[in-house]
Design a protein around this ligand. Structure first.
Ligand code: NAD
Length: 309
């Protein structure tokens, strides 16, 4: 292997320290940031994620609350649960975990969020601000990807702004919550942007495009979709995919990414592993956004006070 394997756990630990310091600074002003998650039904991955966030929130000193709704929840009740959290002064940021049950419209629930507490930028107002390059909150997975890009280039004495303005950034996967926000962020950084999805693959064009990327980000959710032969020598390769795969020998399930790590690492300058790459940074960033929401709410409150409201 010639590439640097980026240590997402180390990057996340640094972020967690910064978040804990911000929480301590807010505590001096009697403010405690609070994270709320909304979960409906019994999806295993969502439950695991929810428990991990609870632990992290408590570790950095945030208040935490979970609205756990049954799988047969009515849409109106899911919206009411969000409304309750909007009104709760202990809650600074709200995460609605996907998937929601089929009878509940994601868009309807997202619209019910207070945009000031919408730390994943799923409310249309926040999505619009993100698309315009003026985000109120940068959603956590896209933020984790750009955190890796920025830190990796800075640590190797390159200015990320300059590098990205000269780079082709290729994104594989175009979901509303992960792929598209990354495209908006790359446009805001003046990168030359290529966005691929399953149609690109079916059209037989995926691998020509991935091979041109200076920075390649895969968020397709397809185990080992891309290997060394599909990437440009010297690429910075970031793997967002988290795919459970059964080991035929041991019979156990383990997680792999969208990249075939070993063969990509033979050609890349740097690559993120799965697990231990984007995932832990995503979690830390969600708490960072929670703290940011608390800071913004406190600043707005102070401004209202100064104006005598
Ligand atoms: P999604 O299913 O909503 O979207 C997948 C996207 O990939 C779609 O745009 C689809 O068209 C595209 N795609 C599917 N097959 C393809 C192929 N063969 N070639 C090219 N494009 C293809 O998924 P999502 O919510 O965006 O998540 C994507 C992956 O990222 C999943 O593995 C998920 O578990 C993982 N994920 C990781 C984190 C993290 O923090 N590391 C966070 C969120 C999601």
């Amino acid at each position: 292997m010639t590439a640097t394997s980026i240590d997402g756990n180390a990057y996340a630990a640094d972020l967690e320290r910064e978040v804990a310091a911000d929480v301590a600074a807010l505590a001096e002003k009697d403010i405690r940031p609070g994270l709320a998650t909304v979960i409906a039904g019994d999806d295993y991955a969502s439950r695991t994620y929810q428990r991990r966030l609870q632990q992290l929130a408590e570790k950095v000193g945030c208040h935490y609350v979970c609205e756990a709704l049954p799988a047969d929840v009515l849409e109106a009740d899911a919206i009411a649960a969000v409304g309750k959290l909007d009104a709760d002064p202990r809650v600074s940021g709200i995460l609605v975990l996907r998937p929601l049950p089929p009878q509940v419209s994601e868009v309807a629930v997202y619209r019910a969020l207070d945009p000031g507490k919408d730390i994943e930028s799923v409310h249309p107002v926040n999505t619009g601000l993100l698309a315009l390059g003026r985000p109120r909150f940068v959603p956590s997975t896209p933020a984790a990807v750009f955190h890796i890009v920025d830190r990796f280039y800075r640590d190797s004495d390159r200015d990320p702004k300059t590098v990205l303005a000269r780079s082709v950034m290729t994104f594989v996967g175009r979901s509303d919550n992960v792929g598209k926000p990354m495209v908006f962020m790359a446009l805001a950084r003046n990168a030359t942007v290529v966005s691929c999805d399953v149609h690109t693959y079916k059209a037989g064009k995926l691998y020509d495009l991935t091979a041109q990327a200076d920075v390649l980000v895969s968020a397709a959710g397809v185990p080992r979709l891309l290997s060394g032969e599909h990437v440009k020598p010297g690429v910075l390769a970031i793997d967002v995919g988290i795919n459970p795969v059964d080991d035929p020998v041991t019979g156990r399930t383990h997680l792999v990414g969208d990249l075939d790590f070993e063969s990509v690492a033979e050609r890349a300058e740097a690559v993120t592993p799965v697990p231990g790459g984007v995932g832990p940074i995503t979690d830390a960033w969600l708490l960072r956004n929670t703290v940011r929401a608390a800071q913004m709410a406190a600043a707005a409150e102070a401004a209202r006070g100064n104006l005598g409201f």
